[in-house]
Design a protein around this ligand. Structure first.
Ligand SMILES: *Cc1c(COP(=O)(O)O)cnc(C)c1O
Length: 439
């Protein structure tokens, strides 16, 4: 086999394959729809947004959908919908994007972090119960990187302790957990629709719920222009200005793209799923690599495969560092990076920052006891960055191209011993606070 590119050999990926990795996919119809909105000057209207909401709600078989200007604001509204307030505790997996839980602080509540499962990278049901107190109100579930969380066990816990569930589906558009869609389990679910996500409509977010009160509270919170929809008395008496002081309306350039994307996404996702399973089947034949996806026949699916990852089994490659392993792959022309989201409980904002000048850290400003997670308490979350790496996401199925990418992995694995000599090892931490979409 040829010499590794990092050691001066020829690169495997020697031409431009970006069309097979292209994202987002923008069609002529989307362009036309967007132009129509611009020409009409209807960017700040709500007619198209409501049309998109209706279609999205129908798709999910849910009663109410409410668009937001991004996923973060949808989560903020959902938390208000769930009546999170002073002193309330919300349980959230530590490994996720900050927006899954950070809006809790502005409502007066606090966040208690739970560990994740090493396999699925989703919240570990076995670790949730340890964090439940009489102040716990909500469990936030993230279907990380499109891998559906263990909803059977999570729903049982929610029932046992009478807790509400907020599903953050920003990674899991059209992902199924045993024939049921992620986003239809909880009391409310939120989806980011920003461009890097698998349902990319521009900047945007959507909230789904079957609970009229959650829906109306989300409206009163940040959608003053829709207050006429409110029917519940204690809300209706005080409409006109947004209770949250926020304005969360989505602009209609996004809704226009969404209306068109909804018509074609199933076909696109099917192609991605075929391509990625083909790629992962190949990768899983190699020592050192185990792709992050549910078992076949488990009834769990990954939808549009947001931010696909693989587990790195260092022990199978003579303890070659993941940093060096990824560097060697990048030298071959494959864009792979070690790590995933950093564990949030390690960030100063969730330890000691006094965001609102209360004279104490915001995370404990309204708590009776110190809810902060000690470093060392969530071992899986704290060490996962050195054990996973991102893999390319093929949006077009072409066996030859996928096999070529696979041959780069094969080359690095087969020649890994040559990398051991100059392996500087891993830095103390690997990961990032926000995932930027890299291809
Ligand atoms: C992207 C993302 C969000 C926030 O969505 P935005 O549209 O970027 O505001 C929330 N949670 C998770 C897990 C995300 O990946």
């Amino acid at each position: 086999m040829e010499k590794l590119a990092i050691l001066g050999g020829p690169k495997i990926i020697d031409c431009d394959y970006s069309e097979f990795l292209k994202w987002p996919i923008i069609t002529k119809q989307m362009e036309e729809r967007v132009l129509e909105v611009l020409k009409k000057g209807a960017m700040s209207g709500t007619d198209l947004t409501k049309e998109f909401e209706k279609k999205y709600a129908e798709l999910y078989g849910v009663k109410y959908a409410l668009c937001h200007n991004n996923g973060t604001s949808a989560i903020h509204s959902a938390l208000f919908g769930l009546k999170i307030g002073k002193g309330d505790e919300v349980i959230c997996p530590s490994v996720t994007y900050w927006a899954s839980c950070l809006p809790v602080f502005s409502l007066g509540g606090t966040v208690v972090f739970s560990d994740i499962e090493e396999e699925s990278l989703c919240i570990d049901p076995a670790d949730i119960e340890r964090h439940i107190t009489e102040r716990t109100k909500v469990i936030i579930v993230v279907h990380y990187s499109g891998y559906p969380a263990d909803m059977d066990r999570i729903m049982l816990i929610a029932k046992k302790y009478n807790l509400k569930i907020l599903e953050d589906c920003s990674h899991s558009h059209w992902c199924f957990y045993k024939e049921k869609l992620t986003g239809t389990f909880g009391n409310v679910s939120c989806f980011s629709l920003m461009t890097g996500k698998t349902f990319p409509i521009g900047e945007g977010g959507i909230l789904l719920t079957n609970d009229r009160e959650i829906y109306e509270r989300a409206i009163i919170f940040g959608h003053y222009e829709r207050h006429s929809e409110i029917t519940i008395n204690y809300l209706k008496e005080n409409i006109g200005v947004p209770w949250g002081g926020c304005k969360y309306r989505m602009h209609q350039l996004s809704s226009a793209v969404g209306i068109e994307f909804i018509k074609i996404f199933k076909e696109i996702f099917e192609e991605i799923d075929t391509a990625m399973n083909y790629f992962c089947d190949l990768l899983d034949t190699l020592p050192g690599i185990k792709t992050h996806r549910p078992c076949k026949n488990s009834g769990l699916t990954k939808g549009g495969w947001y931010y696909p990852l693989a587990h790195y089994k260092k022990g199978e490659l003579n303890c070659l560092s993941i940093t060096r392993f990824c560097e060697a792959l990048r030298a071959e022309g494959v864009s792979v990076y070690p790590g995933c989201n950093n564990p949030l409980h390690m960030h100063p904002v969730f330890q000691n920052i006094d965001i609102y000048n209360d004279g104490k850290p915001t995370i404990i400003r309204n708590s009776v006891k110190d809810v902060r997670i000690k470093i060392g308490d969530l071992p899986i979350s704290e060490n996962i960055g050195k054990k996973v790496f991102s893999i390319p996401r093929f949006t077009k199925f072409n066996k030859k191209v996928i096999e070529k990418y696979f041959s780069a992995f094969e080359k690095v694995v087969k020649n890994h011993k040559e990398l051991l000599r100059d392996d500087p090892g891993d830095p103390p931490t690997i990961g990032n606070w926000g995932l930027t979409f890299r291809i």
